[in-house]
Structures are given as structure tokens and as C-alpha cells.
Design a protein around this ligand. Sequence first.
Ligand SMILES: [Zn+2]
Length: 461
Amino acid sequence: MTIARTFRLMPRMAIAATIALTGVFGQSAQAQQRGVSVVRDAEIEALVRDYSAPILDAAGLGRSGIEIVLVGNNSFNAFVAGRRIFINTGALVTAQTPNEIIGVIAHEAGHIAGGHQQRLREQMSRAQTIAVIASVLGAGAAVAGSLTGSSGLGQSGMGIFAGGSEMARRSMLTYQRGEETTADRAAITYLERTGQSARGMLATFERFADDMALSGSRVDPYQLSHPMPRERIANLEELVRTSSFADRKDPSALQQRHDLMRAKIAAYTQGHQAAMRLFRDDPRGVPALYADAIGTFLAGNSRDALKKIDALVRAQPGNAYFHEMRGEILMRANQPAEAAKAPAKAMSLDKSRSGIIQVAYGNALLQTGKPDQIRKAAVEIQAGLTRAKEYAAGYRYLAQAHAQLGDIAHADLATAEGHFYSGNYKDAKIFAARAQQKMAPGTPGALRAQDIIAYRQPGRG
Ligand SMILES: [Zn+2]
């Protein structure tokens, strides 16, 4: 299952309707059936990290180990839990400029630096990523899809949750009005310190204020958790007007990376044509061509997709993610030997040293089926997973590699890890117990299996 499929199961209108019917805190059958997934993608993660790093430094949070987590959801949302800032893919694809997302990150950083929801955040800092999302959004999805999907925009985890903690959800999503003002002012300060405009943040908030005023039919979760009364917008407008960087634009290279990200998310979540339409003003531009290549790939036409990505590789040979995508297309075209060269090239170009690309490289080696490549595959996948620790799909490949090498104990442990990071704790414990029986007591594998067996979800008996 690819993420595109999941998204089709939860169209925007359905989400809006659910919220309208039950309120954002309400539980509904639809909400529980709705998939919530962590999106893992090297390109998007690197970009959002580049957006957030200067802001977090300016907020004095540069060394606090704040992580950004991408949530596969078409609505506009961003929220803080524990040491994590969660951002919906829907927000990333909606934002026309990097500055709009940077502004939202600055506002959320303002909540963290201000110590808002401190007690709740401490509780949440120990919780699993997928469990946090589930408890905040009160939604889960079938485990069946959790370990599949080898695409670049692959899901890391989807789990079934009976509902999470109502209290946690309620307080996580609601700030005091005074806290909103504090976060706004802090955000402006961080943007000033980093020489960036606050217009993007203002544009985002204004959009929500207007939407709220005009109709109740399209309500995003962010709007509900961040009330935008007119007076708040007016205060912000005044602050932006007096800023020395109000008219500063994002660097054009950053804008292009932003557009490439939008092209990718749109191709996966909205379809080929919708992704192309995003760039109708510049149909021969690189983002439009990227949307076209990915859309063609997702439609199952690997041959044409390969031609299209090759053209992009020729245009920007230094773009790691074009090589990564080329590898995915070749994998789909059943050319794993050729495919392995592409992520290897991507790894050499990727400044963020993403473990996700290394896992893709290992998987390509694995799929060659050659005995000498399988051992190498296990090493590469394992190394990738040490840097992309919660990348559930990666553990499925690791399990395959161990199984093919005849190491069933570590195959079971890898399967347990995959279920664990998908939030499927029941199956995680079953496989961890199987692995443990086959391992010598006290070995690292046996200890990890024991951790999984002993894991208790925070807030659950
Ligand atoms: Zn806020």
C-alpha cells in the first residue's frame, strides 16, 4: 500500500465533516478508521529541518533535541508534543512559500520556549511518535498496511488505537489565549533574529481567520487549536509592518526545494493531474517536471517515468533526491541491480545523510537475490536504521535480509521492531517473544526483545 492510497481513503472533505460532526476532540467511528501515518521521506525531512534549525537556534532550543515529525494528513495542522513538532503534509503542500511554514514553526517554537503545556509535554516526551499522533488525533488505521510501501514517501507507521487519552488530546490542542499572544511575539522575535519575514505566518493565520469567518464547511485542525480572533491578527499585522525584514523573500534555491516538495506530496496525495496543476504557471519548470515524473511513476508507467526522471537528473545532476527517485522507478521496473546504483549516488550527494536513502540502497541490493549482495544489504539496512530509527518499513527489509541469511531470530526481532514503530504493540510483543526464545540471554538482541515485551504505552494501565 502506498501513501497515496491511504490519502484517498481520507479525503479532505471527509475529515472536515468528521470534525464538524463531533468536534475535534470527539471520538467517532470515522476518526478511528481514518489512517494516521508518519511520513518518512529524505527530501522533505531535510528541507523541513533546514526550515526549523535556524528558528530553533534563535529560540534557544538548538540543543534541546527538538525533532520534526511529518504527519500524513491532508488537513493543515502543526502541533507540539514532547520534544517533537508535528507538521501535516497538508500544511506543507498548501504553503506557497517556505516562509509560511517557517512562520508556523516559529510560532510552535514559541509555545515550546514559553513552557506552554509543560507537564503534558514531559509525559509525551516518553511516548512513541505514533502513539502521540494517535492520542492527539484520536485516530488509527489497520495494521495490515503498516509494513508495506517502499515508496519514498513511505509510511513509517500506522497503528490501531482504541482512542488515546481524551485529556491529553484536549489539552494538547488547546492553548490559552495569552499563550497564543506570547507564541506570536516569540515567533516574530525568532524571525527577526534570523533575518526572515513574518509575512508568511501572518498570511497563514489570516487565511484561517477569514475561513473561519466565511464558512464553517472547511475547518482545519490548526484553526481549532489556534483561535484567530481579529484582534490577534491586527496585533500581528502591526508587528509585521514595523519589522525590518517584512519584505524579505525566501532565497530562490529554497523556494525551488519547497516547490519540489509540494510537487512530490501533491503527486502522492492528490494525483498526477492535481500535482501538475499546482505549477500551471510554469509547466516546463523543474517542479512541474518532477510532479509529472512522480505522477507517471505512481500511475505504473515506469518506462516513461524513467525518461522523465532522467531528464531531471541531466538538468540537476547534483540533486540527491532525483537519483533516489530514479532508484525507486528502477526498482518498480524490476531492475534492482541497476536500481542500487541510484541510491548509492543519492547517498553520496545527500548532505543530510538520511538513513532512509541507505535503507533504499540496502533494499535494492536485497532484491537482486544474489547471496553475496544479501549480506551487504543487511549491513546497509541496519546502518540506515540506526540513523532513521523509527522507520518501520525499513525493518521489513531487514527482516527479509536476516531470513534469507537463515537468521530467523533476528528476522523475528526486526519484524517486532517494525510492528513496534508502527504502533502495533500486540504483534510487536509476539515477534519479540519468538525472537527472545532463539537468542542467548543477555545479548543485545535478547535485551531489545525484552524491552519491546515490557513496553507499556504511557497513559495506559
Ligand atoms: Zn499556537
